[in-house]
Design a protein around this ligand. Structure first.
Ligand SMILES: [Zn+2]
Length: 46
């Protein structure tokens, strides 16, 4: 099973996170969207 890194990046400010799990990345994205009202994208980095 391959390990992936998930990249969380905000389109509306310089916020970025890297996460080892999709679930954690989705949580970080949702937290920022809820806190800041920004548009946050999650991408997988191979
Ligand atoms: Zn933001």
């Amino acid at each position: 099973m391959r390990q992936h890194t998930f990249h969380v990046v905000c389109h509306d400010c310089p916020t970025e996170h890297l996460s080892d799990t999709e679930r954690d990345a989705a949580r970080l994205a949702a937290d920022h969207e809820n806190a800041a009202g920004h548009d946050v994208a999650v991408g997988r980095v191979d």
